[in-house]
Ligand binder design. Structure first.
Ligand code: TMP
Ligand code: ASP
Length: 236
């Protein structure tokens, strides 16, 4: 399958059309941004790592009954995916306090929650992806009540599968962001990516951060953290 037309260029990926109107090619970049694009940089090798990591996780999830956009890995940085219209919600699940949760609610990082939390942001860069609730999402016609229920169930299921998967790799899955898309027939699938850009991963023993927080917070060894996660996930 060949790339035809550039449909969309985001901060970390490009999306191309193909000769099949129901399929797209995603092309992962090494570019990294944080704080709604205020901080910019590159993470050498990130595009290839995120492509492989995300595809691996999408296949794990498919096997566990979570439908995803994944079709086929085409090259180091390119993947064939189902064409979807993205539901403009960032769906965030948290198992342990960190990041904006710790900041917004004035608590330290590392509090293990008895139950996971879910929150939604309105995916809109001009507005800085503001936090919204399910009623706001419906009022803004971002999704229907039924779609929000399906998204919630798929997000919590994804958390259970991923938490167990990462525990075996001696990684605590702290939190992560998901995006969902609707295919031509209207069904919801997990889309976007699952990678160290979109998840927080802490080594269970050392609590070392192995994700994009190393870039956001200028902690050094960003590339090393991405490589370590790929090594543990792909077992190579
Ligand atoms: P937060 O603590 O900054 O709200 O982030 C929660 C999780 O969502 C964390 O794993 C990083 C991920 N995330 C994204 O993937 N994209 C974003 O734009 C933001 C703000 C967070
Ligand atoms: N990628 C997002 C941005 O540029 C934020 C983040 O991951 O921290 O703003």
């Amino acid at each position: 399958m060949e790339k035809k037309q550039l449909l969309y260029e985001g901060k970390a990926k490009k999306v191309w059309s193909t000769e099949d109107e129901n399929l797209c090619i995603v092309d992962y970049k090494d570019d990294a941004t944080a704080f709604n694009g205020l901080k910019k940089g590159t993470i050498a090798g990130k595009g290839a790592i995120n492509n492989r990591v995300s595809n691996f996780m999408m296949q794990v999830l498919e096997q566990e009954g979570v439908p995803t956009h994944f079709v086929e890995e085409l090259s180091e940085r390119e993947t064939l995916v189902k064409k979807v219209s993205i539901v403009p919600l960032e769906v965030i699940i948290r198992n342990i306090s960190a990041g904006s949760f710790a900041k917004n609610y004035g608590v330290e990082e590392g509090i293990v929650f008895e139950e996971p939390t879910i929150e939604f942001s309105y995916k809109n860069d001009d507005l800085g992806d503001p936090l919204i609730n399910a009623y706001h999402a419906r009022a803004l016609k971002l999704a229907t009540k039924e779609e929000i229920e399906t998204i919630k169930a798929m997000a919590f299921k994804t958390n259970e599968v991923m938490k167990a998967f990462f525990k075996k790799l001696n990684i605590d899955l702290v939190d992560f962001k998901l995006e969902f898309g609707k295919t031509a027939d209207g069904s919801l699938v997990l889309a976007d990516e699952i990678s160290p850009d979109t998840c927080r991963f802490w080594d269970s023993t050392t609590h070392e951060k192995l994700d994009k927080d190393r870039f956001r917070r200028d902690m050094g060894n960003v590339e090393g953290a991405y490589q370590e996660m790929m090594k543990r996930i792909l077992g190579e």
